[in-house]
Design a protein around this ligand. Structure first.
Ligand code: AMP
Ligand code: MG
Length: 404
């Protein structure tokens, strides 16, 4: 063992450094079926008004409000997609169906429930109000309105809107390509029985899921042994095709910790240790051609917490998200939280609603090897560094993973 030469960087400073070195990825045009979850790269403006014509909101009769109370001659029909070509003159009415164009001359629609009619004549109630029961031109959208803003994540409503204004293709940010590997001589593939002193590689699967869920295209490279030459070859081989390298393990100060020297030899290490618990050995480097490298600690909880604090915001920035962080909310601690003297700590909690607020219960032992503390957790509560700790009942900030 040797003492680390890397300064301990404040957790917020480290997060800011990561983002400082992260640039937004390029733009690609995608058909709407390939846009779900993507981030829009440019503002989208509606080319014309919606609706484009006055469209009936109900089934009934298109009439003039001035003919209220009259018995009117039915002169035609306006169905959705099949407009009535004539004019509704005084004393006449046109049958109209939902989505049909309000004919020339008519200024309101009377619901079929409110009239009496036979084949040729219809008696309408009194009074009638002009402008009722149809959608006017531009009610939903005026020509030139901005309908979607750059930085918006595209979901069902946004994609529907794009289609409604006739956009078959949208400019979206490219997804980050991430090369992922686990390091460690003790690791075996999931499903194989670990031999003496071996453990199953779980981080790669956890991180694979986290990366995909955060919008990355993941290229999973398997397990690298603690061998500097092999590790180097694996990393160099894959870098051409990746924007980001994510490794787990091999960043603490034991003799088998090879990731920092490797990153130093091919790029620049900006963060080598952080005042963060769990996750002190977190490492961040930039590599040639603007690529990013994240050396996540080996302990399973450490790797996922540092993913949330450092990697997710970077992935969001690469994708052009307007908001880089997960949502945070104030929550009330239900337990006395011990603090760590020098390090910001993210403790795993479940949340419950009580009287309009969120109350945080600990998930039990917060050991960085205990994934059970994170499975099913709703949030990471931020416990500032200090000697005092935080008493039950205090409000603290929480990174929300899922709401109860
Ligand atoms: P390291 O950062 O390489 O010193 O790893 C610290 C500890 O994390 C190891 O002793 C293992 O117990 C655990 N660990 C490392 N890599 C993995 C992995 N891929 N999956 C699960 N646990 C791991
Ligand atoms: Mg290791």
């Amino acid at each position: 063992m040797r003492a680390s030469t890397y300064p301990l960087v404040d957790a917020d400073e480290a997060a800011a450094l990561v983002l400082e070195h992260t640039a937004v990825l390029g733009i690609e045009r995608r058909t709407l079926d390939a846009c779900s979850g993507r981030v829009l790269a440019e503002d989208i403006v509606g080319p014309s008004a919606l609706p484009a014509f006055p469209a009936s909101a109900v089934d009934g009769f298109a009439v003039r409000a001035a003919d209220a109370g009259g018995t009117l001659r039915i002169v035609g029909e306006s169905a959705a997609g099949r407009p009535f070509e004539g004019t509704v003159e005084p004393g006449t009415a046109a049958r109209i169906l939902t989505g049909g164009v309000l004919p020339e001359g008519a200024d309101c629609v009377v619901m079929v429930e409110d009239v009496r009619f036979d084949g040729e004549m219809v008696t309408v109630p009194s009074p009638l109000r002009a402008g009722t029961n149809f959608h006017k031109v531009g009610d939903d959208l005026r020509a030139g309105d901005r309908v979607l803003s750059a930085g918006t994540q595209l979901g069902a409503a946004e994609i529907g809107l794009a289609a409604a204004i006739g956009r078959a293709l949208l400019p979206v940010r490219r997804r980050p390509r991430v090369a992922l590997m686990s390091t460690g001589d003790e690791l075996v593939e999931v499903g194989k029985t670990p031999g003496p002193g071996q453990i199953t590689d779980s981080n790669r699967w956890a991180l694979f899921a986290a990366l995909e869920e955060a919008g990355a295209e993941v290229h999973s490279l398997g397990i690298a042994p603690d061998d500097p030459g092999l590790l180097r070859r694996l990393v160099v081989d894959v870098l051409d095709e990746a924007d980001v390298l994510v490794t787990s393990g091999g960043v603490s100060v034991g003799t088998h910790d090879l990731v920092k020297p490797l990153l130093e030899s091919i790029g620049t290490v900006h963060v080598g240790r952080v005042k963060l618990k769990p996750g002190k050995p977190f490492t961040f480097a930039t590599l040639p051609a603007g690529k990013l490298a994240f050396g996540l600690p080996g302990f399973p909880v450490s790797s996922l917490v540092t993913f949330e604090v450092f990697v997710r915001p970077a992935l969001r920035k690469l994708q052009g998200f307007a908001r880089l962080q997960r949502p945070t909310l104030p929550v009330r601690l239900a337990y006395d939280a011990r603090a760590t003297a020098e390090r910001t700590e993210y403790q795993r909690v479940t949340l419950r609603r009580a009287g309009g607020e969120l109350v945080a219960e600990t998930t039990g032992s917060q050991s960085s090897s205990r994934l059970m503390s994170l499975a099913g957790a709703h949030a990471l509560v931020r416990i500032p560094a200090g000697d005092e700790g935080i008493k039950a009942g205090t409000i603290v900030e929480a990174i929300i993973l899922a709401l109860p």
